[in-house]
Write a protein that binds this ligand. Structure first.
Ligand code: SF4
Ligand code: SF4
Length: 81
């Protein structure tokens, strides 16, 4: 299991989640459309969920149907190296 950042983060990117993550697994560059959670490092503590002002973060299993593909988008980000 992991948590996943979905559509609402796009163009918001305020990094509130980054500041609360205890394992520093949320990343993204200035030029990226959103931030991403590394599924291999996330410990499902849920702290980022409450920190996000736009409710962009979901447990993977709780992603809304229109946002299911964000699980792959988050995971793929960390395959680029
Ligand atoms: S659930 Fe916890 S470990 Fe996972 S990304 Fe959010 S703050 Fe980090
Ligand atoms: S707190 Fe929410 S909107 Fe802000 S960067 Fe994190 S996921 Fe994106």
């Amino acid at each position: 299991m992991t948590h996943v950042i979905a559509q609402p983060c796009i163009d918001v990117k305020d990094k509130a989640c980054v500041n609360v993550c205890p394992v520093d697994c949320i990343h993204g560059k200035d030029e990226d459309p959103q931030l991403y959670i590394n599924p291999h490092d996330c410990i499902d503590c849920t702290l980022c969920v409450d920190a996000c002002p736009v409710n962009a973060i979901f447990a993977e299993e709780d992603l809304p149907s229109e946002g299911k593909h964000f699980a792959q988008i988050n995971a793929d980000y960390f395959k680029k190296g």
